[in-house]
Design a protein around this ligand. Structure first.
Ligand SMILES: NC(=O)c1ccc[n+]([C@@H]2O[C@H](COP(=O)([O-])OP(=O)(O)OC[C@H]3O[C@@H](n4cnc5c(N)ncnc54)[C@H](OP(=O)(O)O)[C@@H]3O)[C@@H](O)[C@H]2O)c1
Length: 382
């Protein structure tokens, strides 16, 4: 039995992971997990999976109501314990499904402990990409992406020489506003932005997807994961969300990875890697897909995408600023303090105003992250 630590078990990726663990219950044991606030979900997980440890990462007083032990599961309160469960010698695989760059500390702890890490938490890779890449040079941890597009590319590139690859292509559904009149995007409501046409996900990534900010983060994520230049990383709108990634080869051919849009596919692949999934998730015959469309994203509809390419090329702390400004702007949008089209404007403003550094220490990235949040909140002026 492989022992699994699942960070962010109460979220959407957390839920899909639990489904995979149910499917493979003879191969994987949920040893430890975390929730931030959701104690009801935590209780259900303990009752079903009998894990050894739970971390409740929120500091809110009411989260302590579960006590120190619930049905044999030890409970630790505070985000500092996330690092302990992800680096524990009793754990073989860490799944990072926490939302936001706050996921960096347990991710770094898992890398330093040389774990196999199945990474969903893209904000951490985007913010701390150069630092993480450096750390991986001296630690033989394995990083397997479970973002569906990156997992697809990971599978498509396996055993292919890099020199044979012309480009990697990430698909995007285009979100709920891909056909909406651009002039009305300023009036988008929270409810409208939370209606993703093909995927069921947590609120932050759903808002990100509506304006292709999610895809923008994924371009940066792909750069750090696969080491391709930004000229070699492309995005296409594919409304059906059946093809998740495409590898284009120098000879002009390409291969595509397709599946029903369900996060269980990449999660099962990542958990089982280097072996292959052996159990059925959803079986769809190819003829049932009928039509698959691919077209280029309109720059005016999705301004964040261009910003991501620009800041990716600038490197250093620019992606960290992009990510933090976006996290803060999405929060303001959800609080009805800014409009939907203000989100990329806030990212742009932060990138224009804040200094871009090339730090060698983690602190430099954390400072950039913190400054961008403060700028977007209006707590500082530059
Ligand atoms: N959803 C998808 O299909 C999908 C696909 C690819 C990649 N991803 C990436 O996976 C990550 C998770 O996405 P999601 O959609 O699963 O998000 P989600 O549904 O909002 O779940 C977020 C999880 O993180 C926990 N959390 C929230 N704030 C936290 C904090 N400050 N410290 C520690 N834990 C915190 C939540 O706990 P509580 O519930 O207790 O608050 C929950 O367990 C994101 O980075 C996202 O970009 C998601």
């Amino acid at each position: 039995m492989k022992r699994v630590c699942l960070l962010g078990a109460s979220g959407s990726v957390g839920d899909s992971t639990l489904k995979v663990l149910r499917l493979y219950k003879d191969e994987f044991y949920l040893h430890s997990f975390s929730v931030h606030n959701n104690l009801e979900k935590a209780k259900q997980i303990i009752q079903e999976f009998s894990p050894k440890n739970l971390v409740v990462s929120s500091k809110a007083v009411e989260t302590r109501t579960l006590g120190d032990n619930f049905q044999g599961c030890n409970i630790f309160y505070g985000e500092e314990y996330l690092e302990d469960i992800s680096a524990s010698s009793e754990v073989d695989i860490v799944i990072t499904a926490i939302v936001g760059s706050i996921g960096v500390f347990p991710t770094l702890a898992a890398i330093r402990a040389n774990k196999k890490i199945c990474i969903a938490n893209k904000e951490t890779l985007v913010t701390f990409g150069p630092y993480i890449k450096n750390l991986l040079k001296t630690h033989p941890a394995t990083l397997i992406p479970i973002d569906s597009e990156h997992n697809a590319i990971f599978q498509l590139l396996e055993s292919k020489p890099k020199s044979s690859v012309q480009a990697i292509i990430l698909t995007a559904s285009g979100g709920p506003f891909r056909d909406r009149n651009i002039n009305t995007l300023k009036d988008v409501t929270i409810e409208e932005a939370l209606q993703h046409p093909t995927w069921k996900m947590g609120p932050k990534i759903t808002i990100d997807s509506a304006g292709l900010v999610n895809k923008s983060l994924e371009v940066l994520e792909a750069h750090y994961l696969f080491d391709f230049s930004f000229e070699q990383i492309e995005v296409v709108i594919h409304p059906q969300s059946i093809v998740h990634g495409i590898a284009e080869f120098v000879d002009g051919s390409c291969t595509m990875y397709a599946s029903h849009p369900d996060m269980m596919f990449p999660i099962a692949h990542a958990l089982k890697y280097p072996h292959y999934p052996t159990k059925n998730i959803v079986m769809r015959k190819v003829h049932s897909y009928q039509t698959l469309n691919f077209y280029e994203p309109e720059p005016k509809r999705y301004p964040a995408l261009q910003l991501a390419y620009e800041c990716g090329k600038r490197g250093g702390t620019a992606p960290a600023i992009f990510n933090a400004a976006n996290e803060q702007a999405v929060e303001l949008f959800l609080q009805k303090k800014i409009s939907f089209i203000d989100i990329p404007k806030k990212i742009d403003e932060a990138l224009q105003k804040l200094p871009i550094q090339e730090p060698t220490e983690l602190l430099g990235y954390l400072e950039a992250d913190s400054l961008a949040r403060k700028l977007v909140k209006g707590e500082i002026e530059c």
